[in-house]
Design a protein around this ligand. Structure first.
Ligand code: BGC
Length: 427
Protein backbone atom coordinates (compact mmCIF):
# COMPACT_ATOMS: atom_id res chain seq x y z
CA UNK A 1 0.00 0.00 0.00
CA UNK A 2 1.20 3.49 -0.84
CA UNK A 3 0.80 6.19 1.81
CA UNK A 4 -0.23 9.81 1.15
CA UNK A 5 2.48 12.16 -0.02
CA UNK A 6 4.26 13.79 2.91
CA UNK A 7 3.34 10.99 5.29
CA UNK A 8 5.63 11.11 8.32
CA UNK A 9 7.88 8.14 9.03
CA UNK A 10 9.99 8.56 12.10
CA UNK A 11 10.95 7.52 15.59
CA UNK A 12 10.21 8.64 19.13
CA UNK A 13 12.43 8.95 22.17
CA UNK A 14 12.18 10.69 25.53
CA UNK A 15 14.88 12.88 27.05
CA UNK A 16 15.24 11.01 30.32
CA UNK A 17 15.43 7.65 28.58
CA UNK A 18 18.19 8.58 26.15
CA UNK A 19 20.07 11.74 27.12
CA UNK A 20 21.87 10.66 30.27
CA UNK A 21 23.07 12.87 33.12
CA UNK A 22 19.64 14.05 34.21
CA UNK A 23 20.42 13.85 37.90
CA UNK A 24 18.02 16.66 38.77
CA UNK A 25 15.03 14.58 37.70
CA UNK A 26 12.60 13.10 40.22
CA UNK A 27 13.28 9.79 38.44
CA UNK A 28 16.97 9.83 39.46
CA UNK A 29 15.91 10.32 43.10
CA UNK A 30 13.34 7.54 42.74
CA UNK A 31 15.93 5.09 41.35
CA UNK A 32 18.13 5.71 44.39
CA UNK A 33 15.23 5.39 46.79
CA UNK A 34 13.97 2.14 45.27
CA UNK A 35 17.35 0.61 44.47
CA UNK A 36 16.55 0.48 40.76
CA UNK A 37 19.12 0.20 38.02
CA UNK A 38 20.26 3.82 37.61
CA UNK A 39 19.58 5.58 34.34
CA UNK A 40 22.98 7.32 34.56
CA UNK A 41 24.33 8.02 31.07
CA UNK A 42 21.30 6.36 29.38
CA UNK A 43 22.10 6.17 25.63
CA UNK A 44 24.41 9.21 25.90
CA UNK A 45 22.24 11.13 23.46
CA UNK A 46 22.93 14.47 25.13
CA UNK A 47 26.48 14.19 23.75
CA UNK A 48 25.73 11.95 20.77
CA UNK A 49 22.63 13.65 19.40
CA UNK A 50 24.32 14.15 16.05
CA UNK A 51 24.76 10.37 15.84
CA UNK A 52 21.04 10.03 16.43
CA UNK A 53 20.33 12.44 13.59
CA UNK A 54 22.62 10.36 11.37
CA UNK A 55 20.69 7.21 12.31
CA UNK A 56 17.43 8.94 11.40
CA UNK A 57 18.91 9.95 8.06
CA UNK A 58 20.04 6.39 7.42
CA UNK A 59 16.49 5.27 8.14
CA UNK A 60 15.16 7.85 5.64
CA UNK A 61 13.03 9.20 8.46
CA UNK A 62 11.31 12.53 7.90
CA UNK A 63 10.13 13.05 11.51
CA UNK A 64 11.61 12.69 14.98
CA UNK A 65 9.77 13.02 18.24
CA UNK A 66 11.95 13.84 21.22
CA UNK A 67 11.30 15.50 24.54
CA UNK A 68 12.92 18.35 26.42
CA UNK A 69 13.99 17.57 29.97
CA UNK A 70 12.35 20.01 32.36
CA UNK A 71 14.97 19.48 35.10
CA UNK A 72 17.76 20.26 32.63
CA UNK A 73 16.07 23.37 31.26
CA UNK A 74 15.14 24.61 34.74
CA UNK A 75 17.66 23.11 37.17
CA UNK A 76 16.43 25.34 40.02
CA UNK A 77 12.98 26.89 40.36
CA UNK A 78 12.77 29.93 38.10
CA UNK A 79 16.35 29.55 36.79
CA UNK A 80 16.40 28.58 33.15
CA UNK A 81 19.57 27.35 31.50
CA UNK A 82 19.88 29.29 28.24
CA UNK A 83 22.70 27.06 26.99
CA UNK A 84 20.48 24.01 27.35
CA UNK A 85 17.65 25.74 25.51
CA UNK A 86 20.05 26.79 22.75
CA UNK A 87 21.26 23.22 22.44
CA UNK A 88 17.70 21.92 21.97
CA UNK A 89 17.13 24.66 19.37
CA UNK A 90 20.29 23.59 17.55
CA UNK A 91 19.16 19.98 17.56
CA UNK A 92 15.77 20.98 16.12
CA UNK A 93 17.43 23.10 13.47
CA UNK A 94 19.81 20.28 12.49
CA UNK A 95 16.85 17.94 12.16
CA UNK A 96 14.96 20.38 9.97
CA UNK A 97 17.98 20.93 7.75
CA UNK A 98 18.20 17.16 7.34
CA UNK A 99 14.56 17.09 6.21
CA UNK A 100 13.36 15.62 9.51
CA UNK A 101 10.41 17.30 11.19
CA UNK A 102 11.00 17.78 14.92
CA UNK A 103 8.03 16.96 17.12
CA UNK A 104 8.70 18.07 20.67
CA UNK A 105 7.16 16.69 23.83
CA UNK A 106 7.23 18.84 26.97
CA UNK A 107 6.46 16.32 29.68
CA UNK A 108 7.50 12.70 29.28
CA UNK A 109 7.11 11.24 32.80
CA UNK A 110 10.25 12.89 34.22
CA UNK A 111 9.88 16.06 36.34
CA UNK A 112 12.36 18.16 38.33
CA UNK A 113 13.03 16.79 41.80
CA UNK A 114 12.65 20.36 43.13
CA UNK A 115 9.00 20.39 42.02
CA UNK A 116 8.20 17.79 44.67
CA UNK A 117 10.52 19.34 47.27
CA UNK A 118 8.51 22.54 46.90
CA UNK A 119 5.13 20.93 46.39
CA UNK A 120 5.19 17.49 48.04
CA UNK A 121 1.64 16.72 46.95
CA UNK A 122 2.51 17.36 43.31
CA UNK A 123 -0.45 17.33 40.96
CA UNK A 124 -2.82 16.48 43.79
CA UNK A 125 -2.82 20.26 44.11
CA UNK A 126 -2.82 23.05 41.53
CA UNK A 127 0.77 24.03 42.40
CA UNK A 128 2.65 22.40 39.48
CA UNK A 129 0.50 24.05 36.79
CA UNK A 130 2.17 27.46 36.96
CA UNK A 131 5.78 26.19 36.90
CA UNK A 132 4.87 23.88 34.02
CA UNK A 133 3.43 26.78 32.04
CA UNK A 134 6.46 29.01 32.72
CA UNK A 135 8.70 26.16 31.53
CA UNK A 136 6.53 25.73 28.42
CA UNK A 137 6.77 29.44 27.68
CA UNK A 138 10.58 29.33 27.82
CA UNK A 139 10.81 26.28 25.60
CA UNK A 140 8.34 27.72 23.06
CA UNK A 141 10.34 30.95 22.86
CA UNK A 142 13.67 29.15 22.55
CA UNK A 143 12.44 26.83 19.79
CA UNK A 144 10.54 29.53 17.89
CA UNK A 145 10.98 29.05 14.15
CA UNK A 146 12.47 25.57 14.58
CA UNK A 147 9.52 23.57 15.91
CA UNK A 148 5.84 23.68 14.99
CA UNK A 149 4.71 20.27 16.24
CA UNK A 150 4.13 19.79 19.94
CA UNK A 151 3.00 17.17 22.36
CA UNK A 152 2.33 18.62 25.79
CA UNK A 153 2.12 15.46 27.93
CA UNK A 154 3.15 11.94 27.09
CA UNK A 155 0.67 9.30 28.24
CA UNK A 156 -0.71 11.37 31.11
CA UNK A 157 -3.05 8.58 32.21
CA UNK A 158 -0.23 6.03 32.43
CA UNK A 159 1.92 8.53 34.30
CA UNK A 160 -0.91 9.35 36.73
CA UNK A 161 -1.97 5.74 37.18
CA UNK A 162 1.56 4.57 37.94
CA UNK A 163 2.67 7.64 39.89
CA UNK A 164 -0.52 8.70 41.68
CA UNK A 165 -2.66 5.53 41.66
CA UNK A 166 -0.48 2.45 42.03
CA UNK A 167 2.71 3.93 43.45
CA UNK A 168 4.92 2.12 40.91
CA UNK A 169 6.55 5.35 39.72
CA UNK A 170 7.44 8.65 41.36
CA UNK A 171 6.00 10.40 43.26
CA UNK A 172 4.82 6.99 44.51
CA UNK A 173 1.33 7.89 45.73
CA UNK A 174 -1.05 4.97 46.26
CA UNK A 175 -4.63 5.93 45.62
CA UNK A 176 -5.80 2.75 43.88
CA UNK A 177 -8.77 2.34 46.20
CA UNK A 178 -10.00 5.84 45.49
CA UNK A 179 -9.05 5.98 41.84
CA UNK A 180 -12.30 7.52 40.69
CA UNK A 181 -12.55 10.11 43.42
CA UNK A 182 -8.88 11.12 43.28
CA UNK A 183 -8.59 11.17 39.53
CA UNK A 184 -11.99 12.49 38.49
CA UNK A 185 -13.99 13.96 41.36
CA UNK A 186 -11.00 15.60 43.09
CA UNK A 187 -9.69 16.93 39.81
CA UNK A 188 -6.34 15.23 39.17
CA UNK A 189 -7.18 14.72 35.50
CA UNK A 190 -8.74 18.20 35.31
CA UNK A 191 -5.43 19.67 36.49
CA UNK A 192 -3.49 17.97 33.74
CA UNK A 193 -6.14 19.13 31.28
CA UNK A 194 -5.76 22.68 32.60
CA UNK A 195 -1.98 22.46 32.19
CA UNK A 196 -2.41 21.16 28.64
CA UNK A 197 -4.95 23.86 27.79
CA UNK A 198 -2.67 26.56 29.16
CA UNK A 199 0.31 25.18 27.24
CA UNK A 200 -1.81 24.99 24.09
CA UNK A 201 -2.58 28.70 24.34
CA UNK A 202 1.04 29.63 24.98
CA UNK A 203 2.31 27.57 22.06
CA UNK A 204 -0.29 29.09 19.75
CA UNK A 205 0.51 32.59 20.96
CA UNK A 206 4.16 31.97 20.11
CA UNK A 207 3.30 30.42 16.73
CA UNK A 208 -0.27 30.49 15.46
CA UNK A 209 0.59 27.71 13.01
CA UNK A 210 1.74 25.37 15.78
CA UNK A 211 0.08 21.95 15.86
CA UNK A 212 -0.50 20.78 19.41
CA UNK A 213 -1.70 17.53 20.94
CA UNK A 214 -0.94 15.18 23.79
CA UNK A 215 0.09 11.56 23.36
CA UNK A 216 -2.48 9.19 24.76
CA UNK A 217 -1.62 5.54 25.35
CA UNK A 218 -4.56 3.61 23.92
CA UNK A 219 -4.76 -0.15 24.28
CA UNK A 220 -7.18 -2.18 22.22
CA UNK A 221 -9.81 -3.51 24.64
CA UNK A 222 -11.88 -6.67 24.46
CA UNK A 223 -14.36 -8.04 26.97
CA UNK A 224 -12.97 -11.09 28.76
CA UNK A 225 -16.25 -12.95 28.19
CA UNK A 226 -19.30 -12.48 25.97
CA UNK A 227 -21.03 -10.92 28.93
CA UNK A 228 -22.81 -7.59 29.30
CA UNK A 229 -21.11 -6.97 32.66
CA UNK A 230 -17.70 -7.29 31.04
CA UNK A 231 -18.78 -4.92 28.31
CA UNK A 232 -19.76 -2.32 30.91
CA UNK A 233 -16.45 -2.82 32.72
CA UNK A 234 -14.67 -2.35 29.40
CA UNK A 235 -16.54 0.87 28.75
CA UNK A 236 -15.73 2.18 32.21
CA UNK A 237 -12.03 1.41 31.76
CA UNK A 238 -12.00 2.88 28.24
CA UNK A 239 -13.61 6.08 29.48
CA UNK A 240 -11.21 6.34 32.41
CA UNK A 241 -7.94 5.58 30.62
CA UNK A 242 -8.66 6.87 27.13
CA UNK A 243 -11.60 9.10 26.43
CA UNK A 244 -12.28 11.13 29.59
CA UNK A 245 -9.21 13.33 29.13
CA UNK A 246 -9.43 13.46 25.34
CA UNK A 247 -13.09 14.53 25.61
CA UNK A 248 -12.13 17.35 27.99
CA UNK A 249 -9.53 18.64 25.54
CA UNK A 250 -11.72 18.21 22.50
CA UNK A 251 -14.46 20.26 24.10
CA UNK A 252 -11.92 22.91 25.15
CA UNK A 253 -10.80 23.08 21.49
CA UNK A 254 -7.19 22.33 22.43
CA UNK A 255 -6.46 19.27 20.31
CA UNK A 256 -5.23 19.89 16.78
CA UNK A 257 -4.73 16.18 16.24
CA UNK A 258 -4.73 13.05 18.37
CA UNK A 259 -1.35 11.46 19.05
CA UNK A 260 -1.74 7.82 19.98
CA UNK A 261 0.78 5.40 21.45
CA UNK A 262 -0.26 1.86 20.64
CA UNK A 263 1.41 -1.28 21.97
CA UNK A 264 -1.09 -4.03 22.71
CA UNK A 265 -4.58 -5.38 23.39
CA UNK A 266 -5.94 -6.39 26.78
CA UNK A 267 -9.07 -8.08 28.09
CA UNK A 268 -11.36 -6.45 30.63
CA UNK A 269 -13.60 -8.32 33.05
CA UNK A 270 -16.20 -7.06 35.50
CA UNK A 271 -14.94 -7.41 39.05
CA UNK A 272 -16.01 -5.65 42.22
CA UNK A 273 -12.55 -6.21 43.66
CA UNK A 274 -10.96 -3.71 41.30
CA UNK A 275 -11.33 0.05 40.92
CA UNK A 276 -14.12 1.10 38.56
CA UNK A 277 -15.43 -2.46 38.76
CA UNK A 278 -12.98 -3.49 36.04
CA UNK A 279 -10.23 -6.07 36.11
CA UNK A 280 -8.06 -4.71 33.27
CA UNK A 281 -5.85 -7.65 32.34
CA UNK A 282 -2.53 -5.93 31.67
CA UNK A 283 0.58 -8.08 31.52
CA UNK A 284 1.92 -5.91 34.37
CA UNK A 285 -1.00 -6.92 36.59
CA UNK A 286 -0.46 -10.59 35.87
CA UNK A 287 3.19 -10.14 36.81
CA UNK A 288 2.36 -8.23 40.00
CA UNK A 289 -0.27 -10.73 41.19
CA UNK A 290 1.42 -13.86 39.88
CA UNK A 291 -0.25 -15.94 37.15
CA UNK A 292 -2.19 -18.19 39.53
CA UNK A 293 -3.87 -15.43 41.51
CA UNK A 294 -4.41 -13.46 38.31
CA UNK A 295 -6.29 -16.40 36.76
CA UNK A 296 -8.15 -17.17 39.98
CA UNK A 297 -9.48 -13.60 39.97
CA UNK A 298 -10.70 -14.13 36.42
CA UNK A 299 -7.79 -12.55 34.56
CA UNK A 300 -7.45 -13.49 30.90
CA UNK A 301 -4.67 -13.20 28.36
CA UNK A 302 -5.16 -13.96 24.70
CA UNK A 303 -2.40 -16.45 23.96
CA UNK A 304 -0.67 -14.31 21.35
CA UNK A 305 3.11 -14.03 21.15
CA UNK A 306 4.48 -11.82 23.91
CA UNK A 307 7.07 -9.09 23.73
CA UNK A 308 9.78 -8.93 26.39
CA UNK A 309 7.47 -6.59 28.31
CA UNK A 310 4.86 -9.38 28.49
CA UNK A 311 2.57 -7.51 26.08
CA UNK A 312 0.65 -9.47 23.48
CA UNK A 313 1.44 -8.69 19.87
CA UNK A 314 -1.89 -7.71 18.30
CA UNK A 315 -1.26 -5.68 15.13
CA UNK A 316 -4.92 -5.55 14.06
CA UNK A 317 -5.65 -3.83 17.37
CA UNK A 318 -3.83 -0.77 16.05
CA UNK A 319 -6.30 -0.64 13.15
CA UNK A 320 -9.25 -0.91 15.54
CA UNK A 321 -7.88 1.81 17.82
CA UNK A 322 -7.28 4.18 14.90
CA UNK A 323 -10.77 3.49 13.57
CA UNK A 324 -12.36 4.19 16.95
CA UNK A 325 -10.41 7.42 17.49
CA UNK A 326 -11.28 8.58 13.99
CA UNK A 327 -14.98 7.99 14.55
CA UNK A 328 -14.98 9.51 18.04
CA UNK A 329 -12.96 12.66 17.37
CA UNK A 330 -12.84 13.22 13.60
CA UNK A 331 -9.35 14.68 14.00
CA UNK A 332 -6.10 13.87 12.20
CA UNK A 333 -4.21 11.06 13.92
CA UNK A 334 -0.53 10.47 14.56
CA UNK A 335 0.81 7.11 15.68
CA UNK A 336 3.25 8.72 18.08
CA UNK A 337 4.67 5.45 19.48
CA UNK A 338 4.54 1.81 18.44
CA UNK A 339 7.21 -0.81 18.95
CA UNK A 340 8.32 -3.81 20.92
CA UNK A 341 10.99 -4.91 23.36
CA UNK A 342 12.86 -7.81 21.81
CA UNK A 343 16.20 -9.04 23.08
CA UNK A 344 16.37 -11.83 20.49
CA UNK A 345 16.83 -9.28 17.72
CA UNK A 346 14.56 -11.31 15.44
CA UNK A 347 11.05 -10.02 15.85
CA UNK A 348 10.95 -6.31 15.10
CA UNK A 349 10.73 -6.64 11.36
CA UNK A 350 7.55 -8.73 11.44
CA UNK A 351 6.10 -6.52 14.15
CA UNK A 352 6.75 -3.41 12.07
CA UNK A 353 5.37 -4.87 8.85
CA UNK A 354 2.20 -6.11 10.51
CA UNK A 355 1.49 -2.88 12.38
CA UNK A 356 2.12 -0.71 9.34
CA UNK A 357 -0.22 -2.95 7.35
CA UNK A 358 -2.92 -2.63 10.01
CA UNK A 359 -2.49 1.15 10.02
CA UNK A 360 -2.79 1.21 6.23
CA UNK A 361 -6.01 -0.80 6.41
CA UNK A 362 -7.50 1.68 8.92
CA UNK A 363 -6.52 4.53 6.61
CA UNK A 364 -8.16 2.80 3.65
CA UNK A 365 -11.34 2.84 5.75
CA UNK A 366 -11.10 6.56 6.37
CA UNK A 367 -8.84 7.16 9.37
CA UNK A 368 -6.86 10.33 8.67
CA UNK A 369 -3.43 9.22 9.90
CA UNK A 370 -0.55 11.53 8.97
CA UNK A 371 2.42 9.72 10.47
CA UNK A 372 3.93 6.70 12.13
CA UNK A 373 6.68 7.04 14.76
CA UNK A 374 8.43 3.92 15.92
CA UNK A 375 9.36 3.50 19.57
CA UNK A 376 12.24 3.71 19.57
CA UNK A 377 15.24 5.02 17.69
CA UNK A 378 17.86 3.57 20.04
CA UNK A 379 17.84 1.11 22.93
CA UNK A 380 17.15 3.17 26.02
CA UNK A 381 16.28 3.28 29.70
CA UNK A 382 12.94 1.60 30.29
CA UNK A 383 11.90 3.26 33.58
CA UNK A 384 13.90 1.11 35.98
CA UNK A 385 15.93 -1.11 33.68
CA UNK A 386 18.01 -1.24 30.54
CA UNK A 387 16.97 -4.84 29.82
CA UNK A 388 14.08 -4.18 27.39
CA UNK A 389 15.47 -3.50 23.91
CA UNK A 390 13.20 -1.22 21.93
CA UNK A 391 15.69 0.30 19.50
CA UNK A 392 15.92 0.20 15.73
CA UNK A 393 19.53 0.79 16.72
CA UNK A 394 21.33 -1.02 19.50
CA UNK A 395 23.68 0.94 21.71
CA UNK A 396 27.04 -0.56 22.64
CA UNK A 397 28.01 0.89 26.01
CA UNK A 398 31.40 -0.78 25.82
CA UNK A 399 32.21 0.83 22.49
CA UNK A 400 31.60 4.49 23.29
CA UNK A 401 27.82 4.09 22.91
CA UNK A 402 28.12 3.16 19.26
CA UNK A 403 24.79 2.80 17.46
CA UNK A 404 24.32 -0.28 15.27
CA UNK A 405 21.28 -1.03 13.11
CA UNK A 406 19.10 -3.73 14.68
CA UNK A 407 16.43 -6.00 13.25
CA UNK A 408 13.73 -3.88 11.67
CA UNK A 409 15.97 -0.99 10.64
CA UNK A 410 16.28 -2.28 7.07
CA UNK A 411 12.54 -2.69 6.64
CA UNK A 412 11.87 0.70 8.24
CA UNK A 413 14.23 2.29 5.72
CA UNK A 414 12.47 0.58 2.80
CA UNK A 415 9.08 1.70 4.04
CA UNK A 416 10.17 5.28 4.66
CA UNK A 417 12.04 5.51 1.36
CA UNK A 418 9.20 4.12 -0.75
CA UNK A 419 6.43 5.62 1.41
CA UNK A 420 4.71 2.28 1.10
CA UNK A 421 4.24 -0.77 3.28
CA UNK A 422 6.61 -3.49 2.08
CA UNK A 423 4.71 -6.69 2.46
CA UNK A 424 7.29 -9.19 1.25
CA UNK A 425 9.56 -10.66 3.95
CA UNK A 426 12.89 -8.92 4.04
CA UNK A 427 15.23 -11.90 4.01
C1 BGC B 1 6.26 5.31 26.97
C2 BGC B 1 7.74 5.15 26.83
C3 BGC B 1 8.12 3.71 27.10
C4 BGC B 1 7.41 2.83 26.10
C5 BGC B 1 7.71 1.36 26.26
C6 BGC B 1 5.45 4.21 26.38
O1 BGC B 1 4.38 3.88 27.17
O2 BGC B 1 5.86 6.55 26.47
O3 BGC B 1 8.39 6.03 27.70
O4 BGC B 1 9.49 3.51 27.05
O5 BGC B 1 6.04 2.97 26.27
O6 BGC B 1 7.30 0.90 27.50
Amino acid sequence: MAFPEGFLWGCSTAAYQVEGGNEGSNWAAWERRKGLEPCGPAAASWELWREDVRCLQDLHANAYRFSVEWSRVEPHPGEYDEAVLARYALQAKALRLAGIRPIVCLHHFSEPAWLYERHPKGWLTDEPIEPFLRFTERVAAALRGEVSDWITFNEPMVWLLFGYGLGFWPPGFRRALTLKSTFIENGLIDRVAAAHNGAYKLLKAEDPKARVSLAQNVVDLEPARAHVGDLHALQAWDAFMHTHLLDLLKSAGTLDYVAVNYYTRIYVRASRLFPLGALACYGELERALGPRLFRWLGGRRGGRALTDMGWEVVPEGLGRVLGRLHRAYGLPLLVSENGLADATGLKREDFLREHVTAMGAAMAQGADVFGYLHWSLVDNYEWGSFAPRFGLYSVDKDAAYKRRPANGAKLFTQIAKSNASCLAANK
